[in-house]
Each structure stands twice: as C-alpha cells, then as structure tokens.
Design a protein around this ligand. Structure first.
Ligand code: LLP
Length: 436
C-alpha cells in the first residue's frame, strides 16, 4: 500500500530543499531512482512533482516512457548496458546516459554515430568514498563493480593510454576515470555533459556526499586545466537514508542540501569554477516511507529462548502469508523493520515476536524482533511500515507464490497500481503447461 500524498510530499521536499540550497548559483534536477519502486502511475506522480526519473535498465526505461515521463527527463544507468538498451535510449532521445566504463563509452559513440546523433553522457566515477549508515571511510580504490576509479589503473592498456609526463601535476593521470574522460571528449558520438558519483545507500550523514562532491569538483578542475573544458553538470547520486525503526534518525532533506551546497560552492570557488548544474537521485527517501505492507497472520508458535540476562523466556513465531518473496531485504541485508497489529484495537500484554514468511527457508524473516499483542490471532492483519522501497522491486516468485498487488491510497480512496499476480500469469510462462 502506497500513500500518494506522502510520495508527492517527499518528492517536493527534495526538489524544494535542493533548489533553495543551491540558489542563486545553480539549478538542481532531482531524478527519482525508479529502482526503488516504479510503476506508470508513480512515474506520473514524479513527473507532476517536477522530478526527472533515473532508470537502471531497458525495462525501467520502457516503464518510465510508458508513464509519460518526457524522454529529456530520463537518465539511464547500469554497469553492463547492452547495445539494445543503449539503442533504445538513443531512439527515445533520453536526457542522459550515465556511462560506467570505457567499453560502454565506445559503444555509445558508435551507436550514436550510426544513428546520426550525439549522446548526452555523464561519466560515473568512484571517488573512493565508502559510505555506510553511520560512518564513511575514504579508501584509495573502490573494490566494486561500478564506475571508473580515480586512482591509477593497474591495467596496462589504461595506464599507457594516459601515462603521466615527467613533472605532471594532474593526480588523475593514468586513472580509468581520466582515460575515459579524455576519450569521451574525443568521441564523435558523445557529448560529455558531466560527472556522476553514487556513494552508497541508506546514508544519514552528509559528510560522505560532501567528500565525493569535492573529489568530483577537483576532477572537473583538472579537466579544465588540461583541456580547457568546463563540464556543465554534476550528479551526486542517491542514498539518502530513512527510518525503518525508531533507532534510525535520518536528516531532513534541507539539512543534507544545505551541507552539500555549502561544500560544492566553496570547492568551486576555490578552483575558480562556475557551480555546475547539480542533480541528485534519491529513491528510497521518496518512496520508502510512503509504503506499508499488510500481511495476514497464519500459524503461530512459542519457542523458548535465552534472554540477555541468561534466564529463559519465549519468542513467539508469527507466520504471515508472504515473506522473502515480497520483502527480500531481511534475507539480503539483515534489514530491520517494525510492525503493528492493524485492523482492530486490542488491550493487554505484548510478547516478544518474530514475524516470519511462508517460504521454505529458515532465514525467511520479515521482522526479527517486535513486541506484538499476545491477543494477535489467526487472520489478524499486521502492518509493516517503510516498505515502499526495494520491496516490490526486489520481489520474486520463490516457491511459486504470486506477487501481491500494490494499492495507492489518496484522500480516502484506493487505486490498484499493480494488480496481484495470478497463478495463470506464472503458469503461462511454462511452455509445457501452455501446451496442455
Ligand atoms: N543512483 C544510483 C546510481 C544508484 O545505484 C542507486 C541505488 C540510487 C541512485 C538510489 O539510491 P537510494 O536513494 O534509493 O538509496 N536494494 C538495496 C539498495 C540498493 C541501492 C542500489 N542503488 C536495499 O534494499 O537497501
């Protein structure tokens, strides 16, 4: 269940907070990261609130287009885009392709030249900032699959392509990022518009974003010094954290925007650069809190467990009619959620409970620890908040479960955004079944 008003309010607050913080020097585009949750209706809400849409595959791109997002307001990401996906982006005339590798840059250029056009491209850099929920650490080299590193390549071909001359002061020479930027400025099918960095997800402190922004600005300055080119855009990615439980204390978008704007303006002034047009890509922070999942209670049992003080207590296992197929985040990331009994008021005691799904995995846990009324009974409804992001979009048919519907609520009305999957939907893909 998704609150349309909540989604719209969060979309607006990001747009307004970032616009205000970066004014008057520059403008900000907020790209809603569709990977968190996308449907044609949601794409329309985002567009109506003045947001652009960030897509991560040809499928998400098709969905955004079907939702009426103006092509110019769409970005395409992905560390392994196929030629077909790039072609689709070019055919649709989308606003930007975020290139993840040198290999991809060459293919974008070739496809664009063949189509008689130039592709608007951003380069995804890995500025060596590892961000986590509570801290960030700067590292010399990002050991992960995304983007172009700022540290000199071990790869001989890359290193030779831009080997430093004696006396050279550019710290980025020899790095995959520098090689790619140099090439992007030469390629006939590429219009290099700017740099991009996404440092991680579910981040509360602005410090990591600020550090990444400073590194990108320093890279922009090196490009200007070497090639006399001032790239006009900078994308600072998504990753803004939300509250899953009471222990989480996310910052308001205004606080993040103000910290980031101060750093960007200062870093640009220090390099004597114009402040580039800024974009950000929040997904979770816009749609996560807007979503609530409703489960129906089935089987329950009590199990003796050891309490922290060594005494014996009991934990109640409450099984519900879904689980890791509609919310994989517990299994994937040990994610924490809370839950409340919905649909009826009960008084009386609460018991330490664990909400589990109906899948054939003991790790199929929706909420690890929560106190639920002992009166919780079969057929009661449980509401799990903050499930708008990365739940439906990560859902599966494991154990051949049909995926649930997604329903929007707005001003007391409900509207089915995505209908419940039927067994027919699933079985229809099985050619043996279809032939019978
Ligand atoms: N931009 C880029 C390039 C990204 O890779 C991502 C997320 C975003 C923006 C949006 O990040 P957000 O604002 O939603 O944090 N499945 C994981 C999260 C994976 C995020 C992947 N990239 C989870 O459920 O926690």
């Amino acid at each position: 269940m998704l609150s349309e008003a909540d989604f719209r309010a969060r979309a607006r607050s990001f747009r307004e907070a970032f616009a205000a913080a970066f004014a008057p020097e520059t403008e900000v585009d907020v790209f809603y990261a569709g990977k968190a949750f996308l449907s044609t209706h949601v794409a329309r809400w985002a567009t109506q609130e003045g947001l652009c849409v960030d897509t991560a595959s040809g499928g998400e791109l098709a969905l955004a287009l079907a939702g009426g997002v103006p092509p110019q307001h769409i970005g395409l990401h992905g560390n392994n885009k196929s030629d077909g996906e790039i072609q689709r982006a070019l055919d649709a005339g989308i606003g930007r392709i975020i290139a993840d590798s040198l290999d991809e840059l060459e293919r974008i250029s070739a496809l664009a030249v063949a189509a008689g056009t130039r592709a608007p491209v951003m380069l995804r850099l890995t500025p060596g900032v590892h961000a986590s929920t509570h801290e960030y650490i700067a590292t010399a080299h990002e050991d992960q699959k995304f983007g172009l590193s700022l540290t000199p390549a071990l790869d001989l071909e890359d290193a030779e392509a831009s080997a430093p001359e004696p006396g050279e002061t550019n710290p980025y020479l020899g790095s995959p990022a520098w090689t790619a930027a140099t090439r992007a400025l030469q390629l006939p099918g590429v219009e290099l518009r700017g740099l991009h960095a996404h440092i991680g997800s579910q981040i509360f402190e602005p410090t990591g974003f600020e550090l990444a922004a400073s590194k990108l600005i320093s890279f922009l300055a090196s490009l200007r010094t070497t090639y006399g080119v001032e790239l006009p855009e900078l994308d600072l990615g998504g990753g803004h954290g939300i509250a899953y439980t009471e222990a989480d204390a996310p910052r308001h978008p205004e606080a993040i925007a103000e910290a980031l704007a101060a750093t960007v303006k200062q870093a640009c002034a220090a390099e004597d650069l114009r402040v580039p047009r800024i974009s950000i890509e929040p997904g979770r922070a816009i749609v996560g809190p807007a979503g609530v999942t409703l489960y129906r209670v089935g089987v329950q049992k009590n199990v003796p467990v050891e309490a922290p003080d060594g005494s014996t207590t009991s934990r109640r296992y409450v099984a519900v009619d879904g689980g890791m197929s509609d919310n994989a985040r517990g299994v994937l990331y040990d994610a924490e959620y809370s839950a409340v009994l919905a649909g009826r008021r009960v008084t009386g005691e609460h018991a330490l409970s664990r909400i589990v799904g109906k899948h054939c995995e003991s790790g199929d846990i929706v909420v690890r620890n929560v106190y639920l009324p002992t009166a919780t009974a079969r057929d009661d409804l449980l509401a799990v908040p903050a499930t708008g992001a990365y739940c439906h979009s990560l859902s599966s048919n494991y154990n051949y479960l049909t995926r649930p519907a997604v329903v929007a609520v707005h001003n007391g009305e409900s509207q089915v955004l995505i209908r419940r999957e039927t067994e027919q939907d699933m079985l229809g893909r099985d050619t043996g079944f279809a032939a019978d």
